[in-house]
Design a protein around this ligand. Sequence first.
Ligand code: PMP
Ligand code: GLN
Length: 391
Amino acid sequence: MSPQTPYVSRRTASFGENVFTTYTRLAQQHGAVNLGQGFPDFPPPEFALEALREAASGYQQYAPLPGMPALLEAVAAKMSARLGRDLEPAQNVQVTVGATEALFAAMQAFIDPGDEVVVLEPFYDAYPADIIMAGGVPKFVALEPQGDEWVLDFDALEEAFTDRTKAIIVNTPHNPTGKVFSEAELDRIVALADRYDALIVSDEVYEHIAFTPHVSIAGRPGAWERTLSVSSIGKTFSVTGWKVGWTVGPERLITPLRMAHQWIPFVVATPLQVAAARVLQEVETNGYYAELEGLFRRKRDLLLAQLRGTPFRAPAPQGGYFVIADSSALGYEDDIALCNALPERAGVVGIPPSALYSGAHKHLAKHLVRFAFCKSDEAILEAGERLKKLS
Ligand code: PMP
Ligand code: GLN
């Protein structure tokens, strides 16, 4: 849009349609294999569907403001074990409409006009929008591809912090690079946040899709009191349409977030919360998380093996369900030209990562493309066969 769009607010004028919607539409128009938007094209586990069926027949009215007690308890139990800390369900957990609303509510609760928020790029596209809608100013620090890794330059990170810094958003496992931050990296982020008295918002929606151990920053020394840990049910149980998420943190941070949340959706869909609680209770004993990690490791390796016979070069991600591939060999002008051509030329859709970089850094994505592997084996194999014809 533009500021000339009738009635549009200055906040919204800078927004265009999000990249995932655009490229899923393109996939549908061309009947292409959609390795763009990150949602599974296979069914969730049967125990999740059963939990939803059961919950659907009861629970038709508003849930309590913090969330349904069973879900608060399940999240508190899971995160108490992870963080080695006794969490109180209603004081330390807030249920939200997916991680998306948690991130929005966090910015609404803590960011004043002019406050700066440090964001690593490539970023999940909601972060800058959430910051702008709160009147804040995103400060971008680019991760650097070095060999098979994405490296955080701590000098650049330190430069991004100023006395106006109110928060940093960290995402691990990281979308789209697949980076899983190490304990040492997380500790250095905590030290900087501590020095500038900044809030840490930790987006961990891929917490159970990690091929090297995932660590929650809130569990690192000195982090708890300044950290909000955000996650959701969508990726872990292949139910992105449920939109049930949560934020965990100290009461002094959860209360303001809850005060913002009550004016956003008010509360979250009750039957879906009950189903989510049931699902989290079941995985305490059914070994699902190990199975999930195995499933996505296999799909990652399948996509990487398929890409080996194509012009794309891709390192193995450490977590999440995306690969970032280099497309230089194909000679397109930039990632958008490539991703716009691929559906028709190859029958495959990928996401142009420049949409996940700030204006000044979009050139860093010039020869990159993001492919999702949260897809059926058939889709991954078919996409691979189609991309091989580009050689
Ligand atoms: N953060 C990241 C990094 C994501 O990839 C996604 C995926 N949609 C979200 C947040 C949003 O999660 P949800 O669907 O639970 O709102
Ligand atoms: N998280 C998913 C992705 O990165 C989907 C996001 C969305 O559709 N908004 O593809």
